[in-house]
Design a protein around this ligand. Structure first.
Ligand SMILES: [Zn+2]
Ligand SMILES: [Zn+2]
Length: 218
């Protein structure tokens, strides 16, 4: 989900190969969530031993098709050469990918930004992307096993297009998620005890994401 700068090198570092990736979920198109898409497409076309032949699917916010056309304008060499790339734009949607149930809903960070909920075998994961309080994250996350949420700012910070620790705690509590992982921390959020601020509102398990973190829903 999302593919900001450094994603591919971090995946490689923990032993994932790009040919294990068949689906990419894009919450919105800001560079901190998309820059390594260009690298990924380049790798699919030309990296030794990983030249792609099987289909690749992007499930993303409205505007993904146009965004890809801009990428091809800038970097013609990354246009898919040996494989097909399918793009499915979503907003407030629900559908199945095999046994995986996918739901999306607006987060009001940008006009088209979405959060995703994935469910399979009775387990559920929700990823906020970037979000604001005006979005539908609480509804989407209702009862989920795990909410991975942005928490850009500390408690009390005024923000129109991101979440602060108060808002994340309130959303996690209102949606009654079993556990919470926060990510996308801007420097002011790194200078405080963010988890204590979140726990002012949310009684469940919470942690701050780090590179290479592996989580189990079992
Ligand atoms: Zn953003
Ligand atoms: Zn962001």
């Amino acid at each position: 989900m999302d593919i900001g700068p450094g994603s591919l090198s971090r995946l490689n570092h923990i032993g994932f190969s790009v040919d294990q990736i068949d689906y990419l979920f894009l919450s919105h198109l800001h560079p901190d969530h998309t820059l390594d898409l260009i690298t990924l497409l380049q790798v699919f076309n030309s990296a030794p031993e990983t030249v792609r032949q099987k289909k690749f699917t992007i499930i993303g916010c409205r505007g993904c098709n146009e965004f890809l056309l801009h990428i091809y304008d800038l970097y013609p060499d990354v246009f898919p050469s040996g494989y097909s790339l399918e793009i499915r734009e979503v907003y407030r949607d629900e559908f199945l990918l095999g046994d995986l149930r996918v739901q999306s809903g607006p987060t009001a960070h940008t006009e088209s930004s979405v959060a995703f909920r994935l469910e399979e075998g009775g387990h559920s994961l929700v990823y906020s992307g970037d979000a604001s309080q005006q979005g539908e994250l609480t509804r989407l996350a209702s009862g989920a096993d795990l909410l991975v949420s942005e928490c850009s700012f500390p408690a009390g910070w005024q923000t129109e297009d991101h979440l602060n620790a108060d808002e994340v705690g309130l959303i996690a509590q209102a949606s009654n998620v079993k556990s919470l992982v926060v990510t996308h921390l801007y420097p002011p959020a790194l200078r405080v005890d963010l988890l204590s601020q979140i726990h002012q509102h949310y009684q469940g398990k919470a942690q701050i994401a780090v590179d290479g973190l592996r989580l189990s829903l079992e």
